[in-house]
Design a protein around this ligand. Structure first.
Ligand code: SF4
Ligand code: SF4
Length: 136
């Protein structure tokens, strides 16, 4: 089963477009909405997980979304941290429920598994040196 997590960013004039509906109905994709921030007349964001047995079907669906004027980005582009400032203390990994963040051997540096991140933002508050940023 192919799967990916993406953030859809709707410009203010597109927030009412039913793209999730079309992804299910027209592209036979399984959609799981993980997070949503939608206000009329403002930019809207939707974090979704998409599944299909074929990666090409997902790509076709995402191309359709882009053609509607909606921006598509993988979750890892939304969550970032400053490598220079990060002390690899691991505080953020402790609050990450889906275990998307971990310290990896042999140098025990912070690593993100973008397929697990739900963009919940808990790691942002947990970082003692405030180096994590999430644009959602
Ligand atoms: S945003 Fe949430 S799920 Fe993503 S890495 Fe941070 S704590 Fe984990
Ligand atoms: S809590 Fe901050 S300093 Fe510590 S590992 Fe995470 S990003 Fe790096």
């Amino acid at each position: 089963m192919a799967r990916c997590r993406v953030v859809l960013t709707f410009p203010p004039d597109k927030v009412e477009k039913p793209v999730a509906y079309h992804l299910v109905k027209d592209f036979d994709l399984r959609i799981n909405i993980l997070r949503a921030k939608v206000d009329l007349n403002e930019e809207g964001k939707l974090l979704i997980e998409i599944e299909n047995h074929k990666q090409e079907a997902i790509q076709r669906g995402l191309q359709f979304v882009r053609e509607q004027g909606v921006q598509v980005e993988l979750v890892d582009k939304e969550l970032q941290w400053d490598d220079e400032e990060c002390t690899n203390c691991g505080a953020c990994t402790a609050v990450c429920r889906p275990r998307a963040l971990h310290l990896e051997a042999p140098d025990w540096k912070l690593v993100l598994d973008k397929q697990k991140c739900t963009a919940c933002g808990l790691c942002v508050d947990a970082c003692p040196v405030k180096v994590i940023r999430i644009d959602f």
